[in-house]
Design a protein around this ligand. Structure first.
Ligand code: MG
Length: 257
């Protein structure tokens, strides 16, 4: 019998006092056998999708994606196992919506990238797409290898909200990886915010966002705030309007939590 407590109650000075006398604790008292975590086969090498992941892009097609604004078939370019932004076509997003998740996504700025600041390899991962255009919560994608810009707009930033804790950007032409743990915001039936969104981001294996609490969806001008209640949302990739050469993505998978 574990943690058996013998209670003795007696009246003293008009009050009941409970005395607890605990049996000597054993290591087994705090061992837990259920629930048993589900078995998951990890990917063969670091970054590969584990067995329970939903693969959003495996290099072959855009079946899991649509154009974000009109939900027509996604018009970005798939070639040789990689997905390249089509800036003229616009943002794409997942057909499926998600609440809390773990996401893996890899991206590459072309080796011959031109431009400066925000106009050099700009894209973004909207961790929840909540409307047309750039409505959502943007994890910035940018060439941040020797490219100066405002620090809350560099790669690994939660755009205009949180500066990354470090800059582990590889040089243009090399692949980069984001591993994201997203906790969606929760709204009550009255539409009021109950708990804000939180996010942790590893950038090339380096922690750049440590469970930060978002102030609201990304706001390009002005302060962010939760102005609109929403539920599960798609993940959106940005076709930024800058003039630099389009970047590419590969190996995108998600695990719902
Ligand atoms: Mg961007």
């Amino acid at each position: 019998m574990k943690g058996k407590i013998i209670l003795t109650a007696f009246l003293a000075g008009g009050c009941f006092i409970a005395q607890a006398q605990e049996k000597k604790a054993k290591p087994e008292d705090t061992e837990v056998y259920t629930p048993v975590p589900p078995e998951v086969k990890p990917g063969k090498k670091c970054g590969d999708a584990p067995s329970d992941a939903v693969v959003l892009f495996d290099g072959s097609n855009l079946d899991q994606w649509v154009m974000a604004d009109d939900k027509s078939p996604a018009k970005w370019n798939v070639s040789k196992g990689i997905l390249t932004v089509n800036k003229q076509a616009g943002n794409i997003e997942t057909k499926k919506s998600f609440n809390n998740y773990q996401l893996h996504i890899e991206w590459r700025v072309p080796a011959n990238i031109t431009g400066t600041g925000q106009g050099r390899g700009n894209s973004g991962v909207f961790l929840a797409s909540i409307g047309k255009g750039d409505a959502g919560y943007e994890l910035q994608v940018l060439d941040s290898y020797n490219n100066k810009t405002y620090t809350n707009g560099m790669a690994g930033s939660i755009y205009k909200q949180f500066v990354p804790l470090a800059n582990p950007t590889n040089k243009p032409g090399e692949w980069q990886a984001y591993d994201v743990i997203w906790t969606a915001p929760v709204f009550g039936s009255d539409g009021k915010l109950q708990s804000p969104a939180r996010v942790t981001v590893l950038f090339n294996g380096v922690l750049v966002q440590n469970n930060v609490e978002l102030k609201g969806p990304t706001q390009y001008i002005g302060e962010a705030a939760y102005r609109q209640a929403h539920g599960a949302s798609p993940i959106k990739l940005q076709a930024h309007g800058d003039k630099s050469e389009p970047l590419s993505f590969r190996n995108i998978w998600i695990r719902e939590l």
